[in-house]
Design a protein around this ligand. Structure first.
Ligand code: TXA
Ligand code: MG
Length: 553
């Protein structure tokens, strides 16, 4: 399909020609076609929001998940009653102050809005964009335009008509070039069906501006963190990995000076860097995209998507990004960067916290470790590191071979069964093996830990015997009543009760771990999800306490 490209960057000149182009766009929309439209935030992929077939085409062209609703674009608050029900007065207060502008309000919907547009929800998002061309098109078309951001699903949003052509050119009817987007990040999405209203997506209108007008608003958890799998964000779109370039992104928060230093320390030659102007000179070997001065969030918002997109046409294999603080537009800019990074975030200001987690089989250590990851922590599986070192380090192999001749094949493969038989039931042989393992493993683990920022957790069965506990700020025993452990192992490993009891009894008992560790996380819950939530809160509190301690020396 040929996509018509209309240049309407300059709306001062040939009035007749401009009006003709606007009419042509409105006609396409009325007939169920798709038009790439400029707005002050990002470009939209517009269709008649009341036409189910047209809206379905948006989803097809974008490759957008079916459960992610679209925003209706209108020319002012006078359109609200057509599409929304039970409109609270605060909606008009907000519209008066912030429309046209980067604010989307979620309200109860009228039956006039098809399920296709709202993804079956009983609410609808509405906004009045601040762009003369698009406002003229909506007026002329005479209906609300449903428009998501014009990028193909998962890619960074489009802030120029060229971006739109790149993503969906050839698959839509028309693109209107209204110039580069003045704001650069999408609208702020505010749910007005709740009291107090809730921020679902930070955007071009800062939270502070909204709160100054209408008082406190709640903030959906999806705004600042990666959600746990069972959690549902207020805005369905917030659960998807988004805005992501092909290369993995690491966001470095903290003071600009610290984050620049941290990135300089980590980024190899050829990495992609998104940084503030002042620090660009640090990265002579890398591919640099400047966000603008660290104090100028307007420019950063305008540039953030283009910076992310631009790496896709380079060879960079990893990307590091500096990140503004959360005030004003910074919340939206940081949110887009962090989403692009799948919430892989390093805080350059924060100190490392190391926890050691241990406990017997069936107690719930895996769920506890997942909770650590939910918190953004890094889990180091010491057993995995052991096997890696064993495969790679000849000195390690030789040391074992010396004490246990014949456990390696001619190709250097460890015969685990044979080694197992050697040490099983022979306490002194096991001690000898462990001594070797710890000697080689602990220095490696120390290095691994040193490369992690923020929260780092060692998952080690022999946390104390190995001496790894000495690296830890705290050690945690995951414990559980014996009967529950037996039940869990039976279900998990499909084994008989007798065998499960044997396994539990063959291990160290909870008393041992309780006696050794600084803290205990007891898992008496029948539901792994419930325990994972408890564990999340447990670790959150523990980390806060340790941070507090470190701050006060
Ligand atoms: O600035 C913007 O808002 C741009 C321009 C084109 O207007 N549009 C935009 O649309 O960003 P989109 O579809 O990329 O993002 C809309 C977000 C999604 O996260 C979606 O889940 C959420 O708004 N949303 C839409 N309708 C909703 C509803 N009824 N309830 C909750 N969230 C909703
Ligand atoms: Mg989008």
């Amino acid at each position: 399909m040929q996509t018509i490209y209309y240049d309407l960057r300059d709306t001062k000149g040939q009035q007749k020609e401009i009006e003709d182009k606007i009419s042509a766009a409105a006609k396409i929309l009325r007939e169920g076609g798709l038009v790439g439209i400029p707005t002050e935030t990002v470009y939209g992929l517009g269709a008649d929001g009341t036409n189910p077939a047209a809206v379905r085409r948006i989803f097809e062209v974008k490759g957008r998940p079916q459960d992610n609703p679209l925003i209706l674009h209108v020319t002012g608050a006078q359109w609200l009653p057509r599409y929304c029900a039970q409109i609270p007065p605060v909606a008009y207060t907000l519209a008066r102050k912030f429309w046209p502008g980067p604010l989307t309000m979620i309200l109860k919907r009228q039956p006039a809005v098809p399920d296709e547009t709202t993804a079956g929800l009983d609410t609808v998002g509405v906004r009045c964009p601040n762009h003369p061309v698009t406002l003229a098109i909506i007026r002329e078309a005479g209906m609300a335009i449903a428009a998501p951001s014009a990028n193909t699903s998962g890619r960074p949003s489009c802030t120029s008509a060229q971006d739109v052509m790149e993503d969906v050119g050839g698959r839509i009817d028309m693109v209107i070039d209204g110039g580069p987007c003045a704001v650069g990040v999408e609208s702020t999405v505010l749910d007005l069906t709740r009291e107090p209203p809730r921020l679902l997506r930070p955007g071009g209108l800062p939270v502070e501006d909204i709160e100054r007008l209408i008082g406190h608003i709640d903030v959906d958890r999806a705004v600042s963190a990666s959600l746990r799998p069972e959690e549902r964000p207020g805005a369905p779109g917030m659960k998807y990995r988004h805005y992501a370039p092909k290369a993995p992104v690491t966001v470095v928060t903290g003071s600009p000076m610290n984050s620049a230093r941290k990135i300089a320390e980590r980024a190899g030659p050829g990495a992609g860097i998104i940084c503030f102007d002042e620090y660009a000179h640090l990265f002579t070997q890398q591919v640099v995209r400047s966000l603008g001065p660290s104090s100028d969030k307007f420019t950063q918002a305008q540039r953030v998507f283009e910076a992310l997109r631009s790496f896709d046409s380079t060879e960079v294999e990893e990307i590091f990004a500096q990140c503004p603080d959360n005030r004003g537009l910074g919340l939206a800019i940081g949110n887009r960067l962090k989403k692009a990074a799948g919430f892989h975030v390093i805080n350059a200001d924060s100190q490392r916290i190391i926890l050691g987690v241990t406990g017997g089989t069936g107690a719930g250590k895996s769920s506890a470790l997942r909770a650590v990851q939910d918190l953004g922590g890094t889990v180091i599986d010491c057993d995995l590191v052991y096997h890696r070192v064993l495969a790679e380090d000849d000195a390690f192999k030789n040391a074992i071979n010396e004490k246990f001749p014949g456990v390696f094949s001619a190709e250097g493969q460890l015969n685990r069964k044979k080694l197992g038989q050697e040490v099983f039931a022979k306490r002194d042989r096991l001690d000898q093996l462990n001594a070797i393992v710890y000697r080689f493993l602990v220095p490696v683990l120390e290095q691994v830990v040193a490369s992690v920022d923020g929260l780092c957790v060692l998952d080690a069965i022999n946390l104390f015997e190995s001496g790894l506990d000495r690296l830890c700020d705290r050690t945690i025993a995951v414990t559980a009543p014996t009967e529950l452990r037996v039940k869990r192992i039976m279900a998990r490993d499909h084994i008989t009760e007798q065998y499960a009891r044997l396994r539990v009894n063959a291990q160290k008992q909870d008393e041992y771990y309780r006696g050794k560790c600084d803290c205990e996380l007891n898992n008496a819950s029948d539901s792994p999800e419930e325990f994972r939530r408890d564990a999340y809160l447990f670790f959150e509190r523990l980390v806060e306490a340790i941070q507090e301690e470190k701050r006060h020396g």
